[in-house]
Design a protein around this ligand. Structure first.
Ligand SMILES: C[S@@+](CC[C@H](N)C(=O)[O-])C[C@H]1O[C@@H](n2cnc3c(N)ncnc32)[C@H](O)[C@@H]1O
Length: 262
């Protein structure tokens, strides 16, 4: 475990500032759940970034950042605990959130955190990007995050989807499964992420999909991790994509976004 108990204790100060922990009272269940999600996510971020030289400047984009908890903790971690020169760009179309987070970062002296009130689709940084990540960006924001990662030529793209409300599942062969809502939602998630994985592979990324945190802390716990590096292909990408997309009549928005790219 990279984010061990000692590091967790050291992160307490920033958790207090973010009001995810309170010095006097016990942590509420909601906040405990969020803390566990963030720490588990940071574990994956750190497992990638610790491979780079400590001297190298790292550029990160947090896509659909919301209250930016994950990025505040990540920034703090690399500033105070495992020193690394990092710059984080948080993107969210919620202007008020971006403004209040900007103020908080200024108060904390986090001079290399930037906040952009923008749709993910319109955002770019004119610098080499190391990592694009998103946690529970809603619906097509997950596709936009992956698209942002690919068009920025990011070395790593991490994404945990939230809802998939724009996707509907129409499969004749799985009717007896998908008539149950709980199974239908899970199946949509599996098919959508599997198809996105193929698109990422076509763009030159090695992809793995796994549970990044226990389902005790969220049932939306599937991470798609895409790393730009050579890998051995085990399936025929175009053929499989067409087959699965046709069978379930699902087309993730990422397909449309990448139409001119891959
Ligand atoms: C469920 S919240 C998650 C926020 C944060 N990542 C977290 O884990 O707490 C999703 C965020 O994505 C933002 N969002 C959704 N679609 C977006 C888009 N197309 N462009 C920018 N922000 C978007 C919303 O404004 C919202 O703040």
């Amino acid at each position: 475990m990279l984010i061990n108990r000692e590091i967790r204790e050291k992160l307490d100060d920033i958790l207090y500032v973010l009001k995810l922990k309170n010095r006097n009272t016990k942590v509420s269940l909601d906040k405990k759940v969020k803390i566990e999600q963030i720490l588990a996510y940071m574990e994956i971020i750190h497992s990638e970034l610790r491979k780079s030289s400590k001297k190298k400047k790292i550029i990160i984009i947090d896509s659909g950042a919301g209250n930016c908890y994950l990025s505040f903790l990540t920034y703090y971690f690399y500033q105070k605990i495992y020193p690394k020169d990092i710059e984080i760009h948080c993107v969210d179309y919620n202007e008020k959130l971006m403004e209040s987070n900007r103020e908080l970062a200024q108060n904390m002296g986090f001079t290399k955190m930037y906040f952009h009130a923008s749709d993910i689709i319109d955002f770019s940084v004119n610098k080499p990007v190391d990592m694009v990540y998103s946690l529970h960006a809603c619906d097509t924001a997950t596709d936009k995050t992956m698209h942002l990662g690919i068009r920025s030529n990011a070395k790593a793209i991490l994404s945990v989807a939230c809802c998939q409300s724009s996707l509907k599942l129409k499969s004749n062969s799985l009717k007896s499964v998908t008539r149950h809502k709980a199974f239908r939602d899970k199946t949509i998630m599996m098919i959508a992420d599997s198809l996105r994985a193929i698109l990422l592979e076509k763009a030159g990324y090695k992809v793995d999909i796994f549970n990044f945190v226990s389902s005790r802390y969220t049932d939306k716990n599937i991470m798609v991790r895409a790393i730009k590096k050579g890998f051995k292909q085990t399936i025929k990408l175009d053929e499989e994509y067409k087959k699965v997309s046709a069978e379930f009549r699902i087309k993730p928005y990422l397909e449309e976004l990448l139409a001119d790219v891959i």
